[in-house]
Design a protein around this ligand. Structure first.
Ligand code: AMP
Ligand code: GLY
Length: 436
């Protein structure tokens, strides 16, 4: 149980419906002084076991404002990126409703890859070399310019806008890149409007790490570095997903690299955002590539990652609500945000077919057999059937998560628990954390 220092907060609303939000709700409940009313909109079946769920979608801003007003919510926290990019923080703030998260102006760091890359360039933040293309023709011409190597060179194509994970293609050569450009800009595979413009980017090599931080517009506190496993298949094969598993471990980001990330990326980002008139308040996520020339920034997200959050929050010792409260009141500098030593892991169990089409509705067996004192089972895509049994309704269904003194122990706990859980079509990667 975490110590609690927030002012008495009686009613809290978390917005979102995934494993990330289940972990946030769990962390808020797991303190000496949980709030009297903890609501999650819209939540999921797992979240409904530990808080009240409210049937309002994360995109229904008017519905959320009205719920917060009529229920006198003391603090609202937003999980997913879409409502942030669409200005929910600005709207709540105009109505005098306390909320934690970036404004729409700050959320451009995630909502527009072009804005983010130009911001990095303005502030000297190390990142891959890039070009912006306004049309498919322009992009193909840019490919042929020699700037991105020969026809055999890898190159990365990114849709400018939010694309729910479908907007980035790491092409092995220029022919693949040309196909990606056409898919994004002509066929609209990432959605209409997401790829009116694209970024062409130098392909970087190295290992990836995610560093997340809490920021209140003045001060910040970094979280333990995490590594996601994005591909569906073992040994990083197959299509990209939202994330099939995450670890936190000292090996993910060595102290010397973390120091460079803080100096060369975190501080210039927060100072740049302040100087440009959108001080960043909320959770900032840095997607990093650790190259032989030092850490480089691949992308910003303006929110907690999923499943990074699950692995990170099981190591948080400080009361999460105190952290949110101090961000809201800009007093983060007075709070010591503390983490347990050691490591953690979150292994995602998904439905067969994910990230493509998958079957829904199978009954999940064995959840009762899992020992909840050594692992946490966070629900992503679950619901209850008419008999009250949990059923698998999402692509990603569960995130089995554990913290321990060492990474092998954390992984063992997760994999031992996964042996007890089963449904027809359950799939998970057996190699999470193996490269660490
Ligand atoms: P992003 O959404 O920008 O993080 O991209 C998704 C994934 O694409 C990243 O996690 C990387 O695995 C990969 N990626 C993005 N940009 C690059 C790059 N410049 N070089 C190599 N891989 C990249
Ligand atoms: N796991 C990566 C993300 O949340 O964007």
């Amino acid at each position: 149980m975490a110590a609690s220092a927030h002012k008495i907060m009686s009613k809290v609303l978390i917005v979102g419906s995934g494993g990330r939000e289940h972990a946030i709700v769990w962390a808020i409940q797991n303190t000496a002084a949980p709030p009297v009313g903890l609501f999650c909109a819209p939540g999921n079946a797992g979240i409904s076991q530990i808080s009240q769920t409210v049937n309002i979608s994360a995109d229904d801003h008017a519905g959320l404002v009205s719920f917060a007003e009529s229920n006198k919510i003391d603090l609202t926290f937003i999980g997913p990126e879409a409502p942030l990019a669409a200005g929910i923080v600005d709207l709540f703030t105009e109505r005098g409703l306390p909320i934690v998260g970036p404004t729409a102006a700050a959320a451009r760091l995630e909502a527009s890859k072009i804005f983010a890359k130009d911001f990095m360039a303005r502030h000297g933040i190390p990142t891959a070399a890039y070009r912006v293309a306004e049309s498919a023709e322009d992009a193909i011409k840019c490919l042929g310019s020699g700037e991105f190597g020969s026809a055999h060179s890898p190159v990365v194509i990114k849709a400018d806008g939010l694309a729910a994970g479908k907007g980035v293609v790491v092409a092995g050569n220029h022919a693949e890149a040309e196909k990606a450009i056409k898919d994004l800009m002509v066929e609209h595979v990432a959605g209409r409007g997401a790829a009116e413009r694209v970024v062409l980017e130098e392909a970087l090599t190295g290992s990836e790490a995610s560093l997340l931080l809490f920021a209140d517009g003045r001060d910040y506190a970094v979280m333990p570095a995490a590594r996601d496993h994005k591909r569906i298949g073992e040994n990083d094969t197959g299509p990209n997903t939202g994330g099939m598993g995450t670890i936190t471990d000292a090996s993910v980001l060595m102290n010397s690299d973390e120091h460079r990330v803080v100096q060369e990326i975190v501080e210039p980002t927060l100072a740049g955002a302040r100087d440009e008139g959108f001080p960043f308040k909320g959770v900032l996520f840095l997607g990093l590539m650790l190259t032989k020339d030092g850490p480089k920034l691949l992308e910003y997200n303006v929110r907690f990652g999923d499943p990074e959050t699950q692995a990170i929050l099981v190591r948080l010792k400080t009361d999460l609500l105190s952290v949110f409260d101090s961000i809201q009141r800009q007093t983060l500098g007075n709070l010591q945000v503390e983490w347990t030593d050691g490591s953690s892991a979150c292994i995602v169990a998904a439905n067969r077919g994910y990230p493509g089409k998958y079957e829904k509705g199978a009954i999940i067996e064995g959840l009762d057999a899992v020992e909840e004192d050594s692992v946490q089972v966070f629900h992503a895509g679950t619901a209850r059937d008419s008999d009250g049994r949990f059923i698998a309704t999402g692509g990603r269904v569960l995130g089995v998560t554990a913290a321990a003194g060492s990474l092998p122990t954390a992984l063992d706990r997760c994999y031992e628990s996964l042996k007890k859980i089963n449904w027809p079509g359950m799939q998970f990667r057996r190699d999470i954390g193996r490269s660490a």
